[in-house]
Design a protein around this ligand. Structure first.
Ligand code: MN
Length: 256
């Protein structure tokens, strides 16, 4: 069971969620929205091996917090995981798109220089721009496109650029989400919740709710949820092993 994009620190009681996710043997990438939050999250997880903290600066915050860009770049040396980063082209954030693109480009370049990083990337309303930047500056860093909402053609372009995709229960509720899933390469598919932002009707998705995505993926792939679970776990191990020597991922992941 793997949640590659969860905002653990934004639940009302993060400590309880962390303890429960750990008890269930889940692997969680706790994305953060500011460098300060990264440091707070590192303290919160208290060395739990299966919960990893990513450093990031959410694209929606770039306009007001771009002074923190270099802090993120420095902290990248302390973690394998980078996120949430990316570009948001939706109406409230369109005005800062040039700045967002420069910042995203800086993060990609820095991650490339350091090497061995795994990136969780936001691309709402900006899929083409995000892919342009990955093509220019994303060398050697496997980017995971989280909750991708571009076109099928963009999925194909992303796959050619070496991108991975993380999908969750909220994305797969929509027909468009399921259609995009169908065009994503199975060997580069991962699961996420984007909790607590993403919800199941009226409650925030919890990290272990990634299990709710398995039947939806199984339907599109015409296989069983258990098989999907195995494929996703194998994919994640492959991703870790590709970015690391030694390949310690295998025993970290429990099943749904
Ligand atoms: Mn998110």
């Amino acid at each position: 069971m793997i949640d590659t994009h969860c905002h653990l620190d934004l639940y009302p009681k993060p400590g309880t969620v962390i303890a429960e996710a750990d008890k269930r043997g889940m692997f969680v990438i706790a994305v953060t929205t500011t460098p300060k939050a990264f440091l707070g999250n590192m303290r919160m997880i208290e060395g739990r091996k299966r919960i990893r903290v990513a450093v990031g600066l959410h694209p929606e915050l770039v306009a007001e917090r771009h002074r923190e860009v270099e802090d993120v770049c420095q902290l990248m040396a302390k973690t394998k995981y980078v996120g949430e980063i990316g570009i948001d082209g939706s109406p409230p954030h369109k005005s800062s798109i040039k700045l967002q693109t420069e910042v995203f480009s800086r993060f990609l370049t820095r991650a490339s220089e350091l090497g061995g990083k795994i990136l969780s990337i936001h691309s709402r309303g900006a899929a083409a721009l995000v892919l342009d930047e990955i093509e220019r500056n994303g060398h050697g860093t496997p980017p995971i496109l989280h909750w991708f909402s571009g076109t099928k053609q963009q999925v194909e372009r992303a796959a050619k650029l070496g991108c991975w995709f993380s999908v969750g229960p909220a994305m797969l509720r929509s027909r468009k989400g399921r259609e995009l899933l169908a065009s994503m390469p199975r060997h580069r598919l991962l699961t996420e919740t984007d909790g607590p932002f993403a919800t199941d009707v009226d409650r925030p998705l919890m990290p272990w709710d990634v299990c709710m995505a398995l039947p939806a993926i199984a339907e599109v792939w015409e296989t069983t949820p258990a098989n999907v679970d195995q494929i996703v776990s194998a994919n994640f191990r492959k991703l870790i092993n590709a970015t690391e020597q030694g390949g310690a991922a295998a025993k970290l992941i429990g099943n749904c």
